[in-house]
Design a protein around this ligand. Structure first.
Ligand SMILES: [Zn+2]
Length: 357
């Protein structure tokens, strides 16, 4: 797999929807565009082929005033999975998840790991101003930004997109973690791919960041930021037949579960109904590998209910996503107690009274 690096926008590329890009690009492509400030902004789109808001935002931004005016800052654009985008899929069956193949990830090293390592080294040399990786998700979620370190510059970068910011350190091998080693890096989640408000939001954000001179080092004020930490992933046992309709033979997940994203579910919230004597259908694994199912859920004769206040993110009603990835992540809120926190970024305080061990 060869990395394509070009220093101009191929003619008419901006006219193409994500599904057509593969006709002009062979694979992952870096495009360098000069701007008035030389330290480039790195922007990554279409790591997941069906998450098109990033590409839509970039093409609208560049087709607008910057088709006449110079960019305020140089831009390096990564257009990632054009083959999956052609089919409207997150990834193809013969591909790994691109956003698990960046330096720092676990698992077998593939041609993709080498490619993303090459991109990382190339961009590191150019001393980027910041890095923005743009995604969509399924289910009802607010737009939010995610960071991998609690540190002033990247919290400012994140809070310019949304007051809701998520801190995560798992899964590994994600782009923002690799680039976070040498510049402020964020991941954006722009809601549903099909909706134009995600594109509008991402485009306005990119324009703002391109026009920034610098990012403050201080931790943002608490009123500018609601910070959550993902601490566990919830999956459905892979041998279980499940769904949201009464047809599911072993586990019926509660319809409309995704409406609970980013709200605190009180103890006793029903997540699913078990059928035909199914046991232990859901598993909650902490990101250090510890099983915390018993501390989060309880199974009665026919239901799985929560046993403690829990806040889910990325709960989805898409059966394929649940199979391929997970049912949801569980979060707890982190309180930033003012600028002094900047000195101890690795010990965020949680204000949830019941923090899991
Ligand atoms: Zn994604």
């Amino acid at each position: 797999m060869k990395l394509d690096i070009i220093d101009h926008l191929p003619e008419s590329l901006l006219e193409l929807p994500a599904t057509e890009l593969h006709r002009h690009l062979d694979g992952p492509t870096l495009i360098h565009l000069p701007g008035r400030k030389p330290a480039p902004l790195f922007v990554s789109v279409l790591q997941h082929g069906n998450e098109v808001s990033g590409w839509e935002a970039v093409r609208r931004l560049l087709k607008g005033r910057y088709s006449r005016d110079p960019l305020p800052r140089s831009l390096i654009l990564l257009i990632a999975n054009v083959r999956a985008a052609a089919r409207g899929q997150r990834r193809l069956a013969d591909q790994p998840d691109f956003n698990r193949c960046w330096p720092g990830g676990n698992g077998a090293k593939t041609i993709w790991h080498r490619l993303f390592s090459e991109i990382t080294e190339h961009v590191r040399q150019l001393k980027p101003f910041a890095s923005i990786d743009i995604h969509n998700n399924t289910g009802q979620n607010p737009h939010y930004a995610a960071v991998n370190r609690i540190e002033g510059q990247r919290l400012h970068l994140a809070s310019l997109f949304s007051r809701t910011v998520i801190y995560f350190t798992e899964p590994s091998g994600v782009q923002s973690m690799a680039f976070g080693e040498f510049c402020p890096a964020v991941t954006l989640e722009c809601g549903l791919s099909s909706r134009v408000d995600g594109t509008d939001h991402a485009m306005a954000y990119l324009e703002s960041v391109l026009n920034l001179d610098q990012l403050p080092d201080s931790i943002p004020a608490p009123e500018d930021l609601e910070l959550y930490q993902m601490f566990a992933t919830v999956t459905v046992d892979e041998d279980i037949d499940f769904g949201f309709s009464p047809d599911a033979s072993q586990l019926q997940l509660t319809p409309g579960l995704d409406r609970m994203n980013f709200s605190e579910m009180p103890p006793g919230t029903r997540l699913a109904t078990t059928v035909n004597g199914t046991v232990s259908p859901l598993k909650a694994l902490r990101h250090d590998g510890r099983d915390v199912t018993g501390q989060c859920f309880r199974q009665t004769s026919s239901e799985v209910v929560t046993t403690r206040p829990l806040m889910p993110a990325m709960l989805t009603t898409d059966i394929n996503i649940i199979r391929q990835d997970c049912l949801c992540y569980l979060m707890e809120r982190i309180t930033l107690s003012g600028p002094s926190v900047g000195t101890g970024p690795d010990q965020p305080q949680s204000e949830l009274p019941e923090t899991l061990p």
